[in-house]
Design a protein around this ligand. Structure first.
Ligand SMILES: [Mg+2]
Length: 262
């Protein structure tokens, strides 16, 4: 693959599974640094701050810094700051979402918001559902960090941000604006963070529904790695389901390194 401006690299299923590094992830990132290929770690997960994501990577032996991380929280804060500057924002989410909105200079409130932004929120309950759906029915804009229905954890699959979003959508009657993958906004924002045209970015990820679909929608090239959700056996099913087609498929990260020449 030629003329790669930057790689936008997925995390879970691509560089690690939960707390365990996927083989050669450390070598891949070190190789990109030596070769001078710009990259960002790009994750749908809104729970952690940039620094917490970087620390998680470092804890597994992958060198990473906070400014090299783009989360759906960061992209959501950027979206709201651009679309509704100065808006009053209610947050249903965790530390990563609160930090991103504070750092973007947005005005976080507990009542009468103009925007309701929601991510993974493990303290979500009926009272939060009632408040959020009432605000949205009364006209607040509904922004969802990422629509993942399921969240893989070390304790098995748990409900993701999208499952909470589905409850709010049902109770408010309004669909959300979706920022993370499979939509294009976060991918375009990640390219903007690196200062490159989105067409020069290459999305790398393990998931046809999220990574490859989002990359295609954003106008990037895409590389599917068979390190996580997609396998040789289920690839055709996912391709039919999503209509997404990666530009390249790599069996593992060692093959990706050969492909990239790093
Ligand atoms: Mg993944």
């Amino acid at each position: 693959m030629k003329d790669i401006g930057a790689l936008l690299i997925d995390l879970d299923g691509t560089l690690f599974h939960g707390g365990i590094m996927i083989k050669d992830a450390d070598r891949l990132i070190a190789g990109l640094r030596v070769a001078g290929v710009p990259f960002l770690f790009v994750t749908n997960n809104s729970s952690r701050t940039q620094e917490q994501v970087a620390a998680h990577l470092r804890g597994m032996g992958i060198k990473a810094e906070a400014h090299e991380v783009c989360t759906s929280s960061l992209a959501s804060a950027h979206f709201v700051a651009q679309e509704s500057p100065g808006a009053r924002v209610a947050i249903l989410g965790e530390e990563g979402l609160h930090t991103a909105f504070k750092e973007a200079g947005l005005f976080v409130v507990d009542e009468s918001p103009q925007v309701v932004v929601q991510g993974i929120y493990r303290a979500f309950d009926y009272a939060a559902l009632a408040k959020a759906s009432r605000w949205i029915r009364e006209g607040a804009r509904f922004v969802l960090t990422n629509p993942d229905l399921m969240l893989p954890t070390d304790d098995g699959v748990m409900p993701g941000a999208g499952s909470i979003g589905a409850a709010i959508e049902a109770a408010s009657g309004m669909p959300p604006v979706v920022i993370g993958k499979p939509e294009a906004y976060m991918i375009r924002y990640a390219a903007e963070m690196l200062g490159i045209p989105v067409e020069q970015a290459v999305v790398v990820g393990d998931n046809m529904r999220t990574d490859i679909s989002a990359g295609g929608k954003a106008g990037c090239r895409t590389i599917l790695v068979l390190t996580g959700i997609t396998t040789r056996d289920n690839y055709e099913d996912y391709a039919k389901l999503t209509g997404a087609v990666p530009d390249l498929i790599c069996e593992d990260l060692a093959e990706l390194m050969v492909t990239l020449g790093v």
